[in-house]
Design a protein around this ligand. Structure first.
Ligand SMILES: Cc1cc2nc3c(=O)[nH]c(=O)nc-3n(C[C@H](O)[C@H](O)[C@H](O)COP(=O)(O)OP(=O)(O)OC[C@H]3O[C@@H](n4cnc5c(N)ncnc54)[C@H](O)[C@@H]3O)c2cc1C
Length: 403
């Protein structure tokens, strides 16, 4: 039963989820399906954290298996493309039929013939079902150029418009999402007190809280008086380019190392222009460069890799963003999602957008063991609506002048 005194509305929930990125929303949807009374708190706008910066690739593990053997991360993500596709086709656990599939596949591209090690790897049993070499006649249009003499492998990895996914999941649940003021959250025994973005105060009594706020988990943990689990930030500087682009590309370009030299995904800005979004080693190394130097490097890379592309009239920008994950020795990448529990507070990071379904499975299992579904009617106050984040390339000031 909810109650209101003069200044605060009390709401009883089974599970309180904090953070409206892909992980929190996917989990909220699964909790509702499973019959748990759950509310999600979002401090900014839905998708406002890493999710709006993600390239949207639903990895099946190939990128992580380039060492020639399946790593733990590649095994963890192997079934994710199938699960996301099923959701998009309307037969999966969530309804993503309204989400935008940007590309049905992602490609691996090498500028020269692959080394024998890599050719052997692609021919191996492990990779056989996940990748196919693309015949010259079937190459995406950008690679049809006579100057292209590399190889392309098609990977079973769909690419989604991440914010359309956020909207598809959140719309049916919007009554259960409260926009809150960032620093208003206080922990008070087994309740959380917050001020909504509209200035109303709410107290949530809960059985379990899920901290799923990405980089915000660090601050939230301290508000709950915990100093573990520790979080790591792995920064990236992603380059964006628009103007002069007519092809949409979704590909990792292989370089000398096992990390892709560059990963290109293609998106649209608010005016419908194609925006190329450049990740991979370029973005990892970019954090040690000034924005101007990084753009210079990106121009050289593209000129070397796709010399027939004319980018003289293009506009360039740099997006700085941290990946937030559980802390690993030497800041190495975690193998999969992570879940840590202290009392009835569970902290979770998906590590990859692709892994949100697997993270939700594990959380639901944990909640089923620990949280008793309450039978009282679940009435939610008529609070203000949450907003949706936009893509960073739609912010005018991220585009640099004179570069
Ligand atoms: C540049 C880049 C590219 C990437 N590309 C890919 C890719 O192609 N494929 C892939 O699988 N993964 C990719 N990733 C990783 C992926 O983006 C993340 O793993 C995933 O988006 C994390 O989701 P999340 O919900 O945990 O966190 P976030 O998306 O960061 O969401 C956290 C939410 O919590 C909210 N919040 C913060 N503090 C509070 C608070 N105190 N109270 C309430 N709410 C709060 C934030 O506003 C935000 O909405 C990429 C990451 C980056 C940075």
């Amino acid at each position: 039963m909810n109650s209101v005194d003069n200044s605060i509305t009390t709401v009883n929930v089974d599970v309180l989820v904090i953070g409206g990125g892909i992980a929190g929303l996917w989990t909220l949807a699964r909790l509702h399906q499973a019959g748990y009374k759950s509310i999600l708190l979002e401090a900014e706008a839905l998708g406002a954290g890493q999710t709006r910066y993600a390239q949207g690739i639903i990895h099946g593990g190939t990128k992580y298996a380039l060492t020639g053997k399946l790593t733990a991360l590649s095994a963890a993500v192997a079934s994710m493309p199938t699960r996301w596709r099923a959701c998009h086709e309307g037969t999966g656990e969530l309804d993503l039929t309204r989400a935008e599939l940007l590309s049905d596949a992602h490609y691996l591209w090498s500028t020269r013939r692959l080394t024998s090690r890599l050719s052997g790897f692609f021919a191996s049993k492990v990779m056989h079902s996940r990748s196919t070499e693309v015949k010259k006649s079937a190459l995406p249009s950008l690679f049809q150029h006579k100057a292209f003499n590399g190889q392309l492998y098609q990977l079973d990895e769909p690419v989604f418009n991440t914010l359309s996914v956020i909207r598809a999941i959140a719309e049916p649940l919007k009554d259960y999402i409260l926009p809150v003021k960032t620093d208003s959250l206080q922990h008070d025994n087994d309740s959380v007190v917050v001020t909504s973005q509209g200035g109303e105060n709410y107290r949530f009594h809960y059985q379990s809280v899920l901290l799923m706020a990405g980089e915000g988990n660090e601050n939230l943990l301290s508000r709950f008086d915990y100093n573990t689990p520790q979080m790591q930030r792995r920064p990236l500087k992603m380059v964006i380019v628009r103007g002069g682009l007519t092809d949409r590309v979704y590909a990792h370009c292989l370089g000398a190392s096992v990390n892709p030299r560059i990963t290109i995904t293609s998106h649209f800005d608010a005016d419908g222009n194609i925006v190329w979004y450049l990740g991979g080693q370029l973005a990892e190394d970019g954090v040690h460069k000034s924005n101007t130097d990084l753009i210079c490097t990106a121009k050289k890379e593209l000129a070397e890799l796709i010399p027939w592309l004319d980018l003289k009239q293009s506009q360039w920008g740099v997006l700085e963003i941290n990946r937030a994950e559980i802390k690993k020795a030497g800041s190495t990448r975690p193998d999969s999602f992570s879940i840590e529990q202290s009392d009835n507070i569970i902290t979770a990071w998906p590590t990859k957008l692709a892994l949100a379904p697997a993270l939700a499975d594990a959380l639901i299992e944990q909640i089923q063991q620990q949280v008793k579904k309450t039978t009282a009617a679940f009435s939610v106050p008529n609070w203000e609506s949450v907003t949706y984040a936009d893509f960073p390339w739609n912010e005018a000031d991220v585009w640099m002048k004179n570069v």
